[in-house]
Design a protein around this ligand. Sequence first.
Ligand code: PLP
Length: 431
Amino acid sequence: MTDETARLAALDKAHLWHPFTPMADWTDPGHEPLVLVSGRGAWLTDSRGRRYLDGNSSIWTNIHGHAHPRINEAIRLQLEKTAHTSFLGFTNPPAIELARRLLHLFPDHPFDRVFYSDDGSTAIEVAMKMTLQYWQQTGHPEKVRFAAFENAYHGDTFGAAALGGVSLFFDRFRHCGLPVSRVGTMRDLEALPEAERNELAAVVIEPVIQGVAGMRPWPPGLLSDLRHWCDRHGVLLIADEIMTGFGRTGTMFACQQEGVHPDFMALAKGLSGGYLPLAATLVPKFIYDAFLNEPGSEDRTFYYGHSYTGNPLGCAAALASLDLFDEEKTLERLPAKITRLGKGLERLDKLDVIAETRQVGLISGIEIGAHIGGTGQGPVGAQVCRAARGHGLLTRPIRNTVTLMPPLCVTEEEIDQALHALELALLEVCA
Ligand SMILES: *Cc1c(COP(=O)(O)O)cnc(C)c1O
């Protein structure tokens, strides 16, 4: 076969199993998998040379753009030294430096320690296991239960999945999960029977906006109400900033919008700028202290870790990404972009086929009316995203909500381009 793209597509369809993907549809002869080969800034190029705006930041990871010379150089420099060394019993310069820098991102210094892992799910697992062990070591072994919200998403490993509230993904595994109290609102939480509340070890939340739920903002004030509720009842608060962290919502972290200090903060996706798998769980001093051995007392060690913990390449990328926030004034330049996105969403909102648009910072969801079936095959959100490809925009739907969440380096003109592509796609599919 002379066509390289066709060769790769055939091999992919023959050998691979993709995440969150109905594979019979993927391998259907009518489906053309997009083979992405390179990127620059907010743009990606496929194996046939077609260019697309990266409308969902490569699944919510990319911050400063693809192939940024600064991050590439940082990775290359580290690569000349080592790609990986063990963090069990050893340490390395980029991991040390990054921990210091991460803790300094919080002016009030609520966190004392950084525990590294590899992805969002494991950052959540770390917080969960630390929570349970913390209560065991502070005289509350009865605290074994987590509270989590309806439609929440915290990852796919078993512990994180137990917290997940999206029925389609998680219901089939419920019977092997942890005890979780599912709540929709603060009122549900307040209404928990006392016996159940006394078992609560922690509440977990995607602060300010839920992602996988379809880009759904919380009512303003809910996060600080939750913090107060946790304080009143001796329950720890885990903030899942895996999507919202690193500027997506307009501030460095979503919790800062309500001045809330959680007890754990889980970071991943944008931590390395979206370049390499790297995650961190930030922990305050009082939790860390409960894991210190008294001489001669029982063992309080946190027995948890992964082979690639503290990976120097990932940490080097993360350090360069943090440098770029200063050098490129990433946060300072966001308000104009956020306004531009808001204006465009207002325009889309007026289309008959749109039920609602939602936005926090550079995160947005465009929900198509439930009655709209589209002109093609499959769910309408997927049809619109397929059509948008034809107009140079890559993104993914969540059911009938199309997500638009470009890298923070996106320009105002590129935001207009993305919205225009989406509008054309909507008109095409929903006419
Ligand atoms: C993506 C995501 C996760 C899981 O992160 P992975 O790196 O995919 O394991 C957890 N929570 C939220 C809010 C996410 O968006």
